[in-house]
Design a protein around this ligand. Structure first.
Ligand code: NAD
Ligand code: ZN
Length: 251
């Protein structure tokens, strides 16, 4: 990748732009959070797909809760990286902005992102299977598992979207509204995601069809790469701070 490519993106970002950012597990890789498909994506020889599913939970809620609890503990040991911080800074520099993250780890929020939607839920949130009550408490480690609802005593589940489940309608509605409202998106950054899901591709390609520059930031090729206007190949924790420095040189 030449500097030409990255400066083209920086130049577009530096005008007063409407920017849409999509992130996946790759943005958190440099914080030490394992991606799903990469090394470390297995737990006690189970694939994530077998644990993060309604069937997995119905089979063995305790085991699924142990897995989520271990992930929560691991997340308490890590911090947002320079990529998360660059995205939070970008939000404060451009006219209109929205981040849609597939991550459940809470690292974007900890880096200060505010205009964001968690399309796959949040590992720090729970939902009661009986009364539907929802809670979010960053840093909470339940003492006894599976945890129970304080209101009705029902079993709680992680408020995350599992394989085979629908996405929560509220964040989707807000994303659609952002994408539909004019002016159109000028730059879409697709960062650290294999973009395996149809809706991710639809958002990326839809904004591009409406005139946005579609930029992929990922060390590897994905199904989006062939469509992207610019592919920045490398770790987001290095490329995003460079991009920000070029777009908004520090005074
Ligand atoms: P994925 O694991 O399928 O893909 C990760 C992508 O990140 C890959 O394309 C990889 O090349 C790229 N990548 C790896 N290191 C990178 C780096 N340093 N910089 C930039 N990119 C890098 O993840 P996905 O596409 O997000 O889909 C998997 C599903 O599992 C999603 O729902 C995801 O949110 C969820 N998940 C979430 C977390 C989390 O919250 N941190 C972790 C694992 C999986
Ligand atoms: Zn309840």
């Amino acid at each position: 990748m030449g500097t030409g490519e990255i400066s083209r993106v920086a130049e577009r970002l530096s005008r007063d732009q409407k920017v849409f950012v999509i992130t996946g597990a790759g943005i958190s890789a440099e914080s030490g959070v394992p991606t799903f498909r990469g090394a470390g994506g297995y737990w006690r020889n189970f694939r994530a797909e077998d644990l993060a599913s309604p069937e997995g939970f119905a089979r063995d809620p305790l085991m699924v809760w142990e897995w989520y609890t271990e992930r929560r503990r691991n997340l308490l040991e890590v911090d947002p990286n320079l990529g998360h911080h660059a995205i939070a800074a970008l939000e404060r520099r451009v006219g209109a902005f929205l981040l849609a993250t597939q991550n459940v780890d809470g690292l974007h929020q900890r880096a200060g992102s505010e205009r964001m939607e968690t399309v796959h839920g949040d590992i720090w949130a729970t939902r009661c299977l009986e009364c539907g009550d929802r809670h979010r408490e960053l840093g909470l480690i339940h003492e006894s598992l599976p945890p129970r609802c304080e209101r009705c005593g029902g079993m709680l589940r992680p408020d995350v979207v599992w394989f085979g489940e629908y996405l929560p309608p509220e964040p989707l509605g807000r994303i659609d509204e952002f994408l539909r409202t004019s002016p159109g998106v000028d730059v879409t950054l697709c960062i650290g995601t294999t973009a395996m899901f149809g809706y991710i591709q639809a958002w990326a390609l839809g904004t591009q069809a409406g005139g946005a520059m579609l930029v992929e930031i990922n060390p590897d090729v994905t199904p989006l790469s062939a469509h992207a206007d610019v592919c920045l190949r490398g770790p987001s924790g290095e490329l995003l701070p460079r991009l920000m420095e070029m777009a908004f040189p520090s005074e």
